[in-house]
Design a protein. Sequence first.
Length: 94
Amino acid sequence: MPTAQNPDVRVNAPGRPRSPRADRAILDAAVRVLGEEGYARMSVERVASEAGVGKTTIYRRYRDRQELAAAAALHVARHGPFDGSESVDARTGL
């Protein structure tokens, strides 16, 4: 959450830390859904279902579908496909 002194700094909310496994599952599912259906047909509900998480888990990390899609595209651009079975290309798969 941005602070009043520095709006770019996020302070972790109290409670249980976020799961890196859920983060990865969300991005993996978002890449898969984008590759299969494209941005116009991608839904947060479908990504949540594919990732095995609730929609609220996604909305705690991303403001909206656009931010989720951008994060998925950026992840693929930086790190390539998630594993050898993925055939998503950062330029054409999304």
